[in-house]
Structures are given as structure tokens and as C-alpha cells.
Design a protein. Structure first.
Lengths: 441, 441
């Protein structure tokens, strides 16, 4: 039992074992070049052995700050965008109540976790200000440079709020900056104002940063056990480094399968979870996959769905629409709490389910969907994890990181850069008359 | 000023005016067949003149029930899936605070609006039970037949909770059933127990039902002005029926543009909003578009993104990945509350924005994105609305309904059926040993 399983039985009508094993030599070669740091983007391989290199001292330091937040804040506002936002959001949703922020404090046993700086919406920020009015809060600003427009704007406004509410002395204790180790606007500002800082390693890119303090501080503040999380990641790191054989390395197997499907004209990967707690984790995956692979006019379009919810919206399209997609079902083997369906004396035709658990029904819905979509021409596989524990989540984060790195290499792109992200920013800066960017209209 | 605008200037490199106007005769013909009820799926055209046929008496009745809910419930739980869920969720998010359910009651001035029966997750439901523990609540179960598995299970469990908490007499007042006018398991059960019922017209399909009590009761309970909403829808109905000329009928123009893009190999429509309040409205649109068009192995894959958030995740893919998509930007002209960026004496390089509003910056981000993506090979257009009022939302719902009906007809499919939705259900029922569905494994 590896805690992560990949069932690709239903792909076998489309992909042969020969095609799959035919890629083993490429995988071996790319694995070696990844481990030796010889491939494209090797300046950004800090994530590769990050779990095993994360010290207890760092985790203790993060946990100490988290303790302060938990004792002194009703709301913890995390300011960041992209990789400085999605991982923490994914983790909190994966492991906490579906209604974490709405529970009474006593049940939640941790602050509300709110996010800002992930958009430029005036109404969103005004709504957030209204929400925190009168509540005790702490801030975590997460930005390598400190100059990314969205979080920089939100942080400026929220810092103002902290200063007015608490004064500079107390503000110092309530603001945490996760940023570059030495340089950058945010590092400078944090040092000048005496904010506690946590470092984002130079060689870890944003979408690969969830296991650094970028993700760890919000997770710990939400009451998650980050030591166990890192232990889980470490175990998958060790498995993945030990062997590139596809029968042992599930990350690489997943990479190979999706690469072959892409080559056969499956332009869209629809990751479909059967549990709402996986929704933001799929958003995190979409950044990881899309930003790593979408370049040079190629790459699978990563989409996500929540089933059975979206079977009642996108289900028709998946069953009978254009045949350019494959599905990856994303399952959790067992819910934390089992609920049984009661018997009822009416004729809604549901009594055949009386005494069954929801997990039982959900599992049949998944199996029914998998076979129906396969029959309809949508090849699909299943990624499943045992539970919603921190250990499992640590493994999952690393599972995907390793898989997408290999996937990008198979595709022939540099999975660690993102040249296309700059284009809209440049255009925006010109329009905003930012110094150094020419004159806007 | 029509309150909805469609700017397709940036498509003109790819689509000529001649191609667009070349479809006018088809549109005229399909418009006539729609209005006369002669096209495919004409048994389900109840939505077409629904706004103008909605009586004041019905709206008053809905508002009276909503008043009871607002006065007697801290939580209003809506039980439904697909079209019995997405519209209400979209509407509440469009018009209320981004943190509606988290605000203190005094600020919210309406109950929390929660959803159930939209999945089969044991943990989700357990979390919901924990959330409502000790709170006053009312239930709205929404299902035409009452036998759809997901809501039927959730309703059974929640009805149990109501009965135990309030006893049968009080329960009678706290449960509202939106269902078939005369027949079906839920109608029977509701009548037997004395629940107040609202009718879903026979000729209105689930994804076209948001302007019936399916959507109206939750909206009114959340404090929305449903009379104004219907007035907005009515105005767009009247505009749309009056003329099929593409320069006057923006719904049809949108349908024609996306049809032409699809014909040119753009397999994915990425609808991208710049405001978080539009996220669930895009989910509603995805059902409407995907379920109406995805059949006969054709149809655009409807995807959505929230910008600028997702520019930091999917942005790279959109800018430089596979060139098989187009974008529809979804804008709100003006936020409700304007926030100005303050000046700060540090060198985060942001002072060039001091004194500017967030709306100003967000607009430049949009314009920068539109030109960058166009340059990168992603044709795009912009759908924009004036504000987040009920009137605008009513127009928008109808705008999309009319557009997707035309779009399906152009594609040559019946936009009002969903044969593919049944497949997974059949498989699931077999696996669950449902009577009449054969033996499972």
C-alpha cells in the first residue's frame, strides 16, 4: 500500500503496454538529467530534494509563528497570487472542514484563513475589509520580489489597516513576510519595519514552492501538522529518486500516460474529483501542469471538474461531445465520517439504498461514470489516495511536482520557466505608465 | 446603453464581417423556428417567454416564503444539483458579498445560503451538519421528480434533522419543495407532509430553470429583489424576440462568433472574468453551454478562469500553449465600492499607482491581457455588463439562454436534451442493485 495508487486499466484499449514501456529509455535518461541537474531549467531544481533538506529548525520556526497567529488572531490573511496562494488554499481545503471559515471558533480551533492579493477586485477587497472589521487579525505577505502588482496593492492597503488598528509596535508582531532570502523590495521593507521574515529559496519557482514557508505557514496557522506533511513529501521524494522504472515510479508512469494520450490527440486533461475537498488542489495542479507545459504552442489543457456535481453540468459534454479529452479521476478511498442513508416510508424509490453509506454510493457513482465515459470514447484513469491526512497530502504535492517535471521534459519544453506570463504584465505596465515601460494610451 | 455589450473588435483578424453576416440567413431561419416552436426539442421551450409570462402573484408568493425564511432561519439550505443548484449559487455570488456566509447576521441581513445534495460526499455533509448544529434553519429541496440520487439522499438526511429538531408541525413550515406541478415522488411526499410547494413548469429543462422558483426562492431568501431580476430578463426577452438581426441581437451575435471560431478549430472557449463575483455564474454558463451543445461528438469545451488570479496559473498556457482556444472576457464596468491605492514611502516600485483606483488597475490588466493573448494567437472578445444589480443579472441569464439555444441550433444539435447524462446513472444503478436495473457486481 503506497498511499497513492494509479489505476490505468481503462486506458488499455487505447495505449498498449509496448507503447508505455517504449518510453522507459527516455524516462531513464530524463530522470538522470533531472537528478544531475543537467536538463533545461536546472537553476530551478530546488524543489527536487527540498523535503529531505527541510530542517526541523525551520519547521519549528514556522510553527512558533503559527502559534502566535493561532493565539492572537481570529483571521489570518494570506496575501499572494499564483504559487504564493494556490498551495495554501489547496492544503486548507484538503484537510479542514468544507466550512472552515464559517465555523464558530471553538469548533474550528484555528483562525479563519482568508486570501487577498490574488486579484485586483475592488469589491472583493472591500468585502474583506468589512469581514475583518472589529476582528483581531494577522497578515502573511508572500512574494519573492515584493513587486508583483496584485499582492503589492493588497498588502499596501492591509498594512495600512494593521498600522491604524494596532500601531507600529504591535503591527511588527502581526505581519509575516515570506520572501527572498536577501534581496527585493519586500525583504527590504520587512527588515525596515521589523517584520518576521521567512525565506523562499532562490532555486524554487513559485508553482513548486508549496513545501517551503510559502505554504507551510498558512497550513500551520490553520492547525495542520506540517512535520507530518514534510515526512510524507520526503517519502515520495525518496521513492521517486530511487528508481525511474515505470512500475515503481508512479509519478513517471502518470507523466508517460498523459504524454501518450496527448500524442494521440487528447488535447484536454479533465481531472475529476469525487470529493469537494480536492477542488483547490486541482486548481494548484492546473497551475503546476499548465504553467510548466503550456509553451512552444503545445501542452495539454488542464481542466478540472467536481463529480458528481459536474456530471449534472459538464457530464453531457464529456459523454457525447468532441472526443478530444481524457479524464483523470481523483479519489479519496475513505471519508473521515461515515453517514448511513436512513429508511423512509415514501416512494421516492430510494429505499434500495437504505443502510448503505454515502461512501458506498459515491464509489458506485465513480465506477459507473468511469465505464460510461470510457464507452463514450473518453479514456480515463484513476489516481487515488488513502485519506485526507497531512502525510498523504505531502506525498501528493510531491507526486505531482515530480510527474509534471517529467511530463514537461517528455514534451520537450523547459518545465521550470514561464516566459509567457510576462506579456500581459508588460502590456499592463505600459497602459499604467509604469516608469521604464513606455507611454500608455 | 444596453447594459450588456459585446466587443468583438479583436476577432477581426480571424473572422471577416462577411463570414459573420453570411450566417444571418441561417440565424433568421433558426430564430423563426425557435419562436414558432418548430425546431428540435420544442417541448422544452418554456424558458423562451418565461420572463414575460411570470405573474406578479407567483413572485409575491415566492417573496412571502422568502420572508418567512429570512425571519425564522439563520441558515437556508438549498438541496439540488445541476440546474437546480448552479443558478441560485451564481445569483447569490453575483449580487452579495464575497463573504456572504461568513458575515455577522447584522451585516448580512439574510440567512446563510448553503447547498446540499450537489454531491455524494460523506465528509461534506458531515461538515454541513456540524455547521448548522444549534442554528435555526429552513430547507428548500429542488428536484423535478424527486428521484435524482444526490438531492434525494441529502434531503432524506436533512428532513430527518428538521423533524428531530422541530417536530412534524413546525417542520411543515420550514421545508419548501420546488418540484413538478402535479406528479412525481417529491410532489407526493410534499403534499403528504404538508410542505409548501412551488412548481417547475413541464416545458422548462433544468439548465433553463433559473428564472423559475428553482432560482427565485433562494435568491429572494438571500435578500435579492426578484421583481427587478425578472424585469431585466423580460427586457432582454423582448429585445431578443423583436429582431434576429445580428447588429441588434447580441445573444445571436455571440452565438455566431463562437460558432465560427469553433469551425476554425478553436475547440475550447475559455470564459475569463476579472471579478470573483462572476465565478459561479461561469459555472452556470458551463452547464448551459456544455450540456446544450456537447453531443454527437461535437461542441465547444466550455472552460472558465478568474483573472488576474489565473493569469498566474493558466496564463502561461493561454499565452504560449496549444493554439486551440479562444477567450471570452467577462467584465463588470464598475465596482460598487472604489478603493484608492495609498502612497507609501518604500521602494516596492508601486508609487506610480498611488491615487489610482483598483478598478483603474484592473481595467488596464484586462486590456493588457486582451492584447497579449491576441498577439500570442488566442482570439478573444469581451462581454461586459454595467453593474452587479438584479436587473443586469436577469438580463444576463436570459442573454446566455437565448445565445446558447441559437448556438446549439447552428451546430445542428438539439440544445434542449441531455441523452448522455443518463449513461453514468444507469451504470451506477446497476452497481447499486437498484430495482429494475439488473444485477451489479
Amino acid at each position: 500500500m503506497t498511499a497513492i495508487a494509479l489505476d490505468y486499466e481503462r486506458l488499455k484499449g487505447l495505449l498498449t503496454e509496448k507503447e508505455i514501456s517504449g518510453l522507459q529509455p527516455d524516462v531513464d535518461r530524463l530522470h538522470a538529467s533531472l537528478e544531475k541537474g543537467l536538463g533545461a531549467g536546472s537553476d530551478y531544481l530546488g524543489w527536487l530534494h527540498l523535503p529531505s533538506r527541510t530542517s526541523s529548525a525551520l519547521l519549528d520556526e514556522v510553527m512558533e509563528s503559527a502559534r502566535f497567529v493561532r493565539e492572537n488572531a481570529e483571521v489570518f490573511i494570506c496575501v499572494g497570487i499564483g504559487g504564493s496562494y494556490l498551495g495554501a488554499k489547496a492544503a486548507v481545503e484538503f484537510s479542514r472542514s468544507a466550512f472552515h471559515n464559517q465555523l464558530p471558533r471553538g469548533l474550528r480551533q484555528s483562525p479563519e484563513i482568508q486570501f487577498a492579493g490574488q486579484n485586483i477586485s475592488s469589491d472583493y477587497l472591500a468585502d474583506l475589509f468589512e469581514l475583518v472589521e472589529g476582528k483581531e487579525f494577522c497578515l502573511n505577505v508572500i512574494s519573492k520580489s515584493g513587486t508583483t502588482t496584485e499582492p503589492a496593492i493588497a498588502f499596501r492597503l492591509l498594512m495600512d489597516l494593521v498600522a491604524r488598528k494596532y500601531g507600529p509596535e504591535e503591527a511588527r508582531k502581526r505581519v509575516f513576510a515570506t520572501t527572498d532570502q536577501k534581496k527585493g523590495a519586500l525583504k527590504k521593507l520587512a527588515d525596515a519595519r521589523g517584520f518576521k521574515t521567512f525565506a523562499i529559496p532562490d532555486d524554487v519557482g513559485g508553482r513548486y514552492s508549496v513545501l517551503t514557508p510559502v505554504g507551510l505557514l498558512p497550513m500551520a496557522a490553520a492547525g495542520m501538522d506540517i512535520k507530518t506533511l514534510i515526512a510524507g513529501a520526503r517519502s515520495w521524494e525518496s521513492l521517486s529518486s530511487a528508481s525511474s522504472a515505470l512500475e515503481k515510479n508512479l509519478s513517471y508512469l502518470y507523466a508517460v500516460l498523459r504524454f501518450l494520450l496527448y500524442k494521440k490527440g487528447k488535447a484536454i486533461e479533465l481531472m475529476a474529483a469525487f470529493h469537494p475537498s480536492l477542488v483547490s488542489l486541482m486548481e494548484w495542479w492546473k497551475q503546476l501542469a499548465g504553467e510548466s507545459e503550456g509553451k512552444g504552442q503545445r501542452g495539454i489543457f488542464p481542466a478540472s471538474a467536481l463529480y458528481t456535481t459536474d456530471l449534472h453540468s459538464l457530464g453531457q459534454w464529456v459523454q457525447e461531445g468532441s472526443r478530444n479529452l481524457f479524464e483523470t479521476f481523483f479519489m479519496v478511498d475513505s471519508s473521515r465520517r461515515q453517514i448511513e442513508i436512513p429508511r423512509l416510508d415514501n416512494d421516492d424509490g430510494l429505499n434500495f439504498l437504505a443502510g448503505k453509506t454515502l461512501d458506498f454510493v459515491n464509489d458506485k457513482a465513480y465506477k459507473g461514470t468511469a465505464s460510461a465515459h470510457l464507452e463514450g470514447g473518453v479514456p480515463n484513469m484513476t489516481l487515488s489516495v488513502k485519506d485526507r491526512s497531512e502525510y498523504t497530502l505531502g506525498r501528493l504535492f510531491y507526486f505531482f511536482e515530480r510527474a509534471i517535471a517529467m511530463s514537461g521534459y517528455l514534451l520537450g519544453v523547459n518545465p521550470f520557466d514561464q516566459p509567457g506570463v510576462e506579456f500581459y504584465k508588460k502590456n499592463m505596465f505600459v497602459l499604467l505608465n509604469k516608469p521604464g515601460f513606455g507611454k500608455g494610451s
